[in-house]
Design a protein around this ligand. Structure first.
Ligand SMILES: Cc1ncc(COP(=O)(O)O)c(C=O)c1O
Length: 399
């Protein structure tokens, strides 16, 4: 048999490490086939509904004839304008929407596409050692290489930029950062972005900031944008998503803003492989951004309530957890003596609970697991009881 007739994927695709969420899916299917009823706190897919006002904006736009042809490549004017208003009102950053903004069918594919637009075989990308999978996978898919940036619990999961070897900093084309962070829930202040932008300028690296969770913050100041530290967009491109902020994950819409050349490269890549983002969706997202001050707070209140309920349940069971101040996740240590997969399989088999092993987010995530707060508080409270019961049973066994 020769590779040409067997339709083998490329060497790069074949050599990607196994996708942990696919393995998790297999385990879930096996458990369901054996009659186990699962509570799935694995993938971070919001269970909250899209606001009816956003759906109205979507259906109204879908009825308009100009939504029926291919969309304009870079984005519909009203969406680009809303992005400009959002960046100004939320972060105090002024951009030129025509040249510094781009509609995306979700931040995830935009993140992959900017890497694919800028990196090729042999290039180097600086990626956090605990990472949302697409960052490293897109680098590997184009035959480029990753240099891991340390991101440790004892440093509050803030990237240690000073630990990047000078040689890698010089060679790298991009540095990807993500705060508020998935999976750890860590946040950074403006000062971190000042340092990241200074690093990017010093080494002529594109700073790629992923702020998919910028609006899901509990208490304190709202999360900053990296562009606050780079208001001229000299070295930064930032990716925003409507998936978590407006519960629109299923509709697939987000946007990129920032450096004109990087936006141009991303637009060129997208133009060559697709037709952009559906016009009607852009109208819906435009409505959402323009009405964020009324649409987002109920979602934030619900996640905060869920977080607090779950943490109180852990505390009643004797497990003190410090509450993350952002994101929709809890990031907890796997009980001593167990590896991530053994623990995750045990929870599925014995408790009907699905959580994500830390290894899904790279080697740096080993020894942790992630709980997504994507069920109502009562279910999460029962999940915390079950997890605590298992944790303490395991501690007794291993003593
Ligand atoms: C850190 C991070 N970035 C980006 C995304 C993807 O966002 P989108 O749904 O807009 O593609 C996610 C989704 O879970 C995420 O966790």
């Amino acid at each position: 048999m020769n590779a040409k007739t067997t339709f083998f994927p490329t060497t790069a695709l074949r050599h990607l490490p196994p996708y942990v969420f696919a393995e998790l899916d297999r385990l879930k299917n096996d458990a369901r086939a054996q009659g186990v009823r699962l509570v799935d706190l694995g993938i971070g897919s919001p269970d909250l509904p899209i606001s009816p006002a956003i759906i109205n904006a979507l259906t109204k736009a879908a009825r308009e004839k100009q939504s029926h042809g291919y969309p304009p490549f870079r984005g519909v004017a009203c969406y680009l304008d809303s992005i400009g208003r959002f960046m100004r009102s939320r972060f105090g950053v002024t951009i030129d929407p025509l040249h510094q903004a781009l509609a995306l069918s979700g931040a995830k594919e935009g993140l992959a596409q900017i890497v694919m637009a800028l990196c090729g075989p042999g290039d180097l990308a600086l990626i956090p050692e605990i990472y949302y999978p697409v960052y490293a996978r897109s680098v590997w898919l184009v035959g480029a290489e990753v240099s891991w940036v340390p991101m440790r619990a004892n440093n509050g999961f803030v990237l240690d930029l000073d630990a990047i070897p000078e040689q890698d900093a010089q060679a790298a084309r991009v540095l990807i950062i993500n705060y508020p962070n998935n999976p750890t829930g860590a946040r950074v202040e403006r000062e971190f972005y000042d340092r990241a932008v200074a690093f990017a300028r010093r080494h002529n690296v594109l700073l790629i900031s992923d702020v998919a969770y910028s609006e899901l913050c509990y208490g304190g100041e709202p999360a900053p944008s990296a562009l606050e530290a780079d208001p001229e967009c000299e070295t930064t491109i930032e990716f925003h998503s409507c998936s978590k902020t407006f519960n629109m994950a299923g509709l697939r819409i987000g946007f990129a803003v920032g450096n004109t050349d990087a936006i141009e490269a991303l637009a060129a890549y997208r133009t060559n492989v697709g037709y952009g983002t559906a016009t009607a969706l852009q109208h819906a997202a435009s409505y959402a951004l323009d009405h964020r001050t009324e649409l987002v707070p109920p979602t934030v209140r619900e996640y905060q309530y869920r977080r607090d309920t779950m943490i109180a349940s852990f505390a009643r069971a004797g497990w003190q957890i410090s509450a993350p101040t952002a994101s929709m996740y809890l990031w907890l240590p796997v009980p001593a003596g167990l590896d991530d997969w053994t623990w995750v399989k045990m929870l599925i088999r014995d408790e009907g609970l699905v959580v994500t092993p830390g290894i899904a987010f790279g080697d740096g995530g080993r020894g942790f697991f992630r709980i997504s707060l994507v069920r109502e508080a009562e279910t999460l409270s029962r999940a915390a009881e079950a997890i605590s019961r298992r944790t303490f049973a395991n501690a007794l066994l291993s003593n």
